[in-house]
Design a binder for this molecule. Structure first.
Ligand SMILES: [Cu+2]
Length: 210
């Protein structure tokens, strides 16, 4: 007749241990989470390339491809997207509330500046998952005369952002001068998000935790 008395105690102990285990996985943990991000041009499903076969696209020169989809097109989530010949990589590391990393892109227009953000949660670079909400406003990429740019990240964030469901979006235009004080903040203000919804995305990369 011990069992009816003891069971609640055992359950409570199990619950407490579970709670501890879950807490250990949170942002307050001292262990670091690192992700690598591959930045690629955004494919627009509603662009004028729609209906073309892979073979037809292969036969086109880069110039022809660009010309056929030079106008920004709106994706299913409402995010504008524009074609690009750039590509890049990023590493992001979060340890507690510290977010550090490096974003490197080449193939940009020489001497051009580009806003970039970490978008999420619950998003990805799949057209239907490109959520517009910004988790962190990243520093602008400032391309040199060769079209190469590197941006360093060293911010305090108040949520876990190096996780599946977040993605980096590089935009065609720079961050407006009036909004530059929001770089490094999270989350961005609604007014800022509204203003930047008119800035097409050119490169996208999913956060993939190692
Ligand atoms: Cu963005």
């Amino acid at each position: 007749m011990i069992t009816p008395v003891r069971r609640p105690f055992v359950l409570a102990t199990v619950a407490a241990l579970l709670a501890l285990a879950v807490a250990g996985c949170g942002g307050s943990s001292s262990s670091a989470t690192t992700a690598t991000v591959t930045l690629k041009p955004v494919e627009s499903k509603s662009g004028s390339m729609e209906g073309m076969s892979e073979g037809e696209m292969e036969g086109m020169s880069e110039g022809e491809k660009e010309a056929s989809s030079a106008e920004p097109t709106e994706g299913p989530t409402g995010m504008l997207m524009a074609p690009s010949n750039a590509h890049g990589t990023a590493t992001l590391t979060q340890k507690g509330d510290k977010l550090t990393g490096t974003i490197t892109v080449s193939g940009l227009e020489p001497n051009s500046d580009h806003a970039e953000h970490l978008h999420g949660p619950d998003g990805s670079c799949k057209p239907k998952k490109m959520v517009t909400n910004m988790a962190v406003v990243l520093p602008d990429l400032e391309a040199n005369s060769k079209g190469e740019a590197t941006a360093k990240v060293d911010f305090t964030v108040h949520q876990d952002v190096v996780e599946k469901g977040y993605f980096i979006m590089v935009h065609e235009e720079p961050t407006p001068a009036a909004e530059r004080d929001q770089i490094g903040t999270a989350p961005a203000s609604p007014a800022f998000m509204q203003a930047l919804s008119k800035n097409p995305g050119i490169l996208c990369g999913d956060v993939e935790v190692k």
